[in-house]
Ligand binder design. Structure first.
Ligand code: HEC
Length: 215
């Protein structure tokens, strides 16, 4: 009998120790701890090297019909863009010209971040209604229309970080901004950084910001 009392006592002690440390972790003790499933719903970023890509796969042939149903109304059957909706295909060799056509093929440096963007925000107005497999299929279709992969290439979480994109080297690296890590001796520079400035072009020259008549 004594044994049982002792046991209950021990259980009570350990419960109160557990709740003490629990309270310590949660300073204000409001809200509730997010469940694994809830965290997974927000943790959807896919990084350039493919880290974070959810399990799934698909090829361009499978993507064609889904793209036609979910994307073509705005972006056109072949990614040519309907009215003023963004063009998704073509534009190769235009980036340095007077009228650059920035598309998933000509401009985007990584296939993985196209996946991230499409899954996160498209179709416009119906974001996050695509399944992971359907997103792989659609991205495969976009890459195929841009002549980056062939129509039977199976795009998946295993290879999405390894696709070579035509403009992958078209960005300034390392990141030249001083407030990023590794700027000086591995540290970001936060004040008196004295960054040399060189203006290499003006938005005005390519008419992206039309002059205001009144000014
Ligand atoms: C209702 C019209 C509409 C539909 C349908 C739609 N989009 Fe979009 N899409 C847009 C708009 C508007 C933007 C620009 C959004 C912005 O810049 O904030 C965009 C941007 C994009 C971009 C980035 C373009 C770039 O190079 O910057 C991609 C990629 C894209 N959409 C893919 C898709 C895919 C894939 C689908 C189908 C699953 C889809 N969209 C469905 C309207 C649409």
């Amino acid at each position: 009998m004594l044994g049982l009392v002792k046991l209950l006592f021990l259980i009570m002690i350990s419960l109160s120790v557990a709740s003490m440390s629990y309270a310590e972790n949660r300073k204000y003790n409001i809200g509730k701890i997010a469940s694994k499933e809830e965290v997974a719903g927000w943790d959807i970023d896919v990084r350039p090297d493919g880290f974070g890509a959810p399990k799934g796969s698909g090829n361009a042939m499978e993507g064609e019909e889904i793209y036609a149903n979910r994307c073509a109304a705005c972006h056109g059957d072949f990614g040519e863009g309907v009215d003023n909706w963004p063009v998704l295909v073509g534009g190769s060799g235009t980036l340095a010209s007077h009228d650059p056509v920035k598309t998933t093929g000509s401009y985007w440096p990584y296939a993985s971040t196209i996946y991230d963007y499409v899954y996160r925000s498209m179709p416009f107005g119906e974001a996050q209604t695509l399944t992971h497999d359907d997103t792989y299929k659609i991205v495969a279709y976009l890459l195929n229309m841009n002549d980056i992969i062939d129509d039977e290439f199976v795009l998946s979480d295993k290879n999405i970080g390894k696709i070579k994109m035509p403009n992958a080297k078209g960005f300034l690296l390392p990141d030249p901004r001083p407030d990023v890590k590794k700027y000086k001796n591995g540290q970001p520079c936060m004040k008196n950084c004295n960054v040399p400035l060189k203006i290499i072009g003006k938005a005005r020259d390519i008419d992206v910001t039309p002059e205001d008549e009144k000014s």
